[in-house]
Design a protein around this ligand. Structure first.
Ligand SMILES: [Zn+2]
Ligand SMILES: [Zn+2]
Length: 71
């Protein structure tokens, strides 16, 4: 789960638990981007719903490739 700035660039700064900036060069987290090893990405404002979307995606991919697939 990677935070994103207001201009959609990825944030690698330290943030508070609420996504507020601690660094002077950081605008804080506007939203978050979830990335899967397969290249799937999704963005959203709520980390928990992104984690849920990723879990659902992984389950879907598992069903596609079958047990013992790439995941
Ligand atoms: Zn930042
Ligand atoms: Zn994936």
């Amino acid at each position: 789960m990677t935070p994103r700035h207001d201009d959609d660039t990825l944030c690698g700064h330290e943030l508070t638990a609420h996504g507020k900036a601690l660094d002077a060069g950081c605008s804080g987290a506007k939203d978050y981007q979830a990335v899967c090893v397969c290249g799937w990405t999704q963005t959203g404002a709520v980390q928990a719903s992104l984690a849920y979307a990723h879990a659902r995606h992984v389950r879907y991919v598992r069903e596609l490739v079958g047990v013992g697939g790439v995941f």
